[in-house]
Design a protein around this ligand. Structure first.
Ligand code: NOJ
Length: 738
């Protein structure tokens, strides 16, 4: 036994030494190369341009470009690479970046859908698939994961992240970093991750993209930083600054964020890139007087590479001569860039095999992973009278503009997914049912109801109707904010029309964000919320509808009744007048009611207090019960671990998977603490009738937060704990920390 232990220690040491010496070796190579570089060549490394072609090749041959983005043609990439490696004085390869956000060719559900799986292992697998496909086309670096906490569904980019919760965001972000980067950076299938957008971009005022944010340092630390910090710890190789300003300081010129926090506190030793022209945009913000000034601010704030402002390549030389930027600052930036290229093995393997992508794109195992992700990402929001699954129906009406929309079901940021590979719900359902297809509307914004009569007639001939509604891909993502979150066009009217048939109505929503679907729920028996499910979305949805698969997705964002409730998130602080469940709504207010007659609590007179569906919500085709919940200890010390045990039973007639969620609340703090915080989750598979004993552990240390004195501590006191199937259910169990 001792011998074994010694052996283990020995090999660990050897591994560490190998790792250390590899790191030293890279540092040595970087320094050696740096010592040979002219200032112009150094600046070239800090410059990134979009596209390949003659222009990029010429720049690469002169050593005046360090990276290209938005080219995925292996031959074109090799041409730029050849210019860099074979024609430039020092032969430094370029690094090729691309937005590989939820798959490269095989498109997975949008990241918000992936978050709904609560399945980090599957998400890691998906990121691995994306890396295998993207690197086969010559991409070395993806601008993903997006870690922006998003609490306002009006913001189009909620589609690209993991929603409103820091813990879920962290788990998903780390899974993606691991999947993209693999076990060995230098493996040809490893792709550098880029955690973005640092930071607070998702807090855009009013959900309007690029808008200002006002986030206190404490709130940055408690809510917006954790996922970034965890991904830095997980070895994320690069980070992107965000477009927004926080309290008047744009992120791209924010040395507190980039130097004090990222480099010094967290010890990030990767590379920092701007967002597209976010350095130049500091001029429009009114933070820099011109592009030269913006360049000075971003370089001095610690931003290593400039994406598309052209400020670095145009002005750094002058700024160094004028003494406004130290050459040492440039050396540090270039060190980070060269280190990245050495880590990825680009000096040894600069070229891509032009035939590789044909071997890996859309491989059967990639499609299978995409399908499983789409299955797990769908959330069952309603299922009156167990209408779903439609396992007895023979003839179904398939209608709605998203039933056969191969491009749109891929969602936002799916540049390289080819819609001819998409399996639509219509195609897949035709394999399981006699299908009568009447789209009713041509696209999601279509207001023309001329075909509704045909839909109504078709419904009469079917055993049940399935209505596919939602958003075209273009309605979510960057710069695609909305002020109304209702279904667009005449989609709600289409659902209402189908309802008139008296047949069972199933609605499937394929969209980039949680929409306000309350009135549509009233017009259907069952609703599956699928987000944009990607290439294999059709097969996944057909399996769920038919009952070959059982829904297990849980909402990664609060569903609102009305867009006017935004921002609305479960883990909010309490007001001094929290709503007590006795809200008086518009229709109940008597005429000439007195000013103080309404209870004076915090809610909307029209939409009340609660959400439509809380964070973490999702039904199954079976039901689950939590029983015998016990805490091993209810009085704990700071070094203890909270242990909660309970029995989880599948009380229905079908096998299913429950996402068990553990929440806590810190009742009194030196600063106000959220009313609930997700701390753990676990997917538990249970056969019909089965009961499993579940044990979950949570170190007390994880209850720490940035307190009034801006210290990261666990404050002693009373807490509550819940284990439940969503953020609004379950009973509170008290415990205390000494
Ligand atoms: C702008 C987006 O904000 C960012 O997320 C993306 O990675 C870059 N453009 C590059 O396309």
């Amino acid at each position: 036994m001792k011998k074994l232990q010694l052996l283990a220690v020995g090999s660990l040491l050897a591994l560490c030494l190998a790792g250390c010496s590899e790191k030293d070796e890279i540092d040595r190579k970087v320094d050696e190369l740096l010592s040979k570089m002219t200032l112009r060549e150094k600046i070239g490394q800090m410059h990134q341009v979009s596209g390949a072609g003659t222009h990029a090749e010429e720049a690469a041959a002169k050593g005046e470009v360090g990276s290209i983005l938005n080219c995925v043609d292996p031959a074109e990439i090799n041409a730029v690479q050849r210019a860099a490696v074979e024609q430039s004085r020092l032969g430094i390869p370029v690094i090729v970046g691309r937005d590989v956000i939820h798959g490269f060719r095989t498109i997975f559900p949008i990241p918000l859908g992936l978050a709904a799986t609560f399945d980090p292992e599957l998400v890691e697998q998906g990121a691995r698939v994306a890396a295998i496909e993207a690197t086969a086309s010559g991409v070395h670096w993806t601008f993903s994961p997006m870690l922006d906490i998003a609490r306002d569904s009006r913001w189009g980019r909620v589609a690209e992240g993991s929603g409103e919760d820091p813990y879920l965001d962290t788990q998903m972000g780390v899974a993606m970093v691991r999947g993209y980067q693999g076990d060995d950076f230098a493996d040809p299938t490893s792709m550098a991750a880029c955690i973005k957008h640092f930071v607070g971009y998702g807090a855009a005022e009013g959900g309007r993209d690029y808008n200002s944010t006002m986030i206190s340092e404490r709130s940055l630390r408690n809510t917006y930083f954790p996922a970034f910090k965890a991904c830095v710890d997980a070895g994320a190789l690069t980070l992107m600054t965000s477009f927004n300003e926080i309290d008047g300081i744009p992120s791209t010129g924010n040395d507190f964020l980039l130097k004090d926090v990222l480099r010094q506190e967290w010890g990030f030793d990767g590379m920092v890139v701007t967002d597209w022209n976010s350095s130049g945009e500091m001029v429009a913000h009114g933070f820099a007087k011109d592009l030269k000034h913006a360049t000075e601010l971003s370089v001095n704030a610690g931003v290593d590479m400039d994406m598309m402002s052209f400020g670095y390549i145009s002005y750094i030389e002058e700024l160094v001569k004028e003494g406004k930027i130290k050459e040492e600052t440039i050396d540090n930036a270039v060190r980070n860039i060269l280190k990245l290229k050495f880590r990825l093995g680009l000096f040894d393997n600069p070229y891509v095999d032009v035939d590789a992508s044909a071997r890996v794109d859309y491989a059967p195992e990639h499609l299978a992973a995409a399908k499983q992700s789409a299955v797990e990402s769908a959330i069952l929001l309603q299922n009156d009278n167990d209408v779903l699954p439609l396992d007895k129906a023979r003839t179904i009406l398939v209608t709605g503009p998203m039933a056969d929309a191969p491009y749109d079901q891929l969602g936002t940021w799916a540049f390289d997914g080819q819609s001819e590979h998409t399996v639509t719900p219509l195609q897949a359902l035709r394999e399981c049912y006699e299908v009568i297809y009447e789209p009713g509307l041509a696209y999601s914004r279509d207001r023309d109801t001329k075909d509704f009569a045909k839909v109504r007639a078709a419904a009469q001939r079917a055993d049940a109707a399935v209505v596919f509604v939602g958003e075209e891909a273009i309605l979510s993502g960057e710069a695609h904010s909305l002020s109304s979150l209702n279904l667009q066009g005449a989609q709600s009217e289409l659902i209402a029309e189908v309802r008139k048939s008296g047949k069972p109505v199933v609605v499937v929503v394929i969209a980039g964000r949680p929409l306000t679907i309350e009135r549509d729920l009233a017009n259907c028996d069952a609703m599956l919320y699928a987000f944009h499910p990607g290439t294999m979305g059709g097969e996944a949805l057909a399996d769920l509808i038919k009952g070959k698969a059982v829904p297990s997705g849980k909402s990664p964002m609060t569903f609102l009744r009305d867009a006017g409730q935004a921002p609305f998130y479960y883990n909010h602080n309490n007001t001094g007048r929290p709503c007590n469940g006795t809200e008086t709504l518009l229709e109940d207010i008597p005429m000439k009611a007195g000013q103080t007659s309404l209870g004076c609590t915090s809610y909307y007179l029209d939409s009340g207090y609660g959400p439509l569906f809380p964070f973490g919500y999702g039904l199954s085709y079976t039901t689950f019960e939590y029983g015998n919940i016990t805490l091993e200890k209810t009085a704990l010390g700071k070094d203890d671990t909270i242990v909660v045990e309970f029995d989880l039973s599948n009380t229905g007639k079908r096998d299913g998977v429950e996402v068990v969620q553990l929440y806590t609340r810190d009742l009194v703090g030196s600063v106000v603490r959220p009313v609930k915080e997700l701390r753990r989750f676990e997917r538990v598979a249970l056969a019909a009738g089965e009961t499993k004993h579940i044990r979950m552990e949570l170190p007390v240390a994880e209850l720490a937060f940035w307190n009034r004195d801006m210290q990261y501590v666990v404050e002693p006191g009373d807490f509550q704990l819940w284990v439940a199937g969503d953020s609004a259910s379950g009973e509170a169990y008290p415990f205390s920390v000494e």
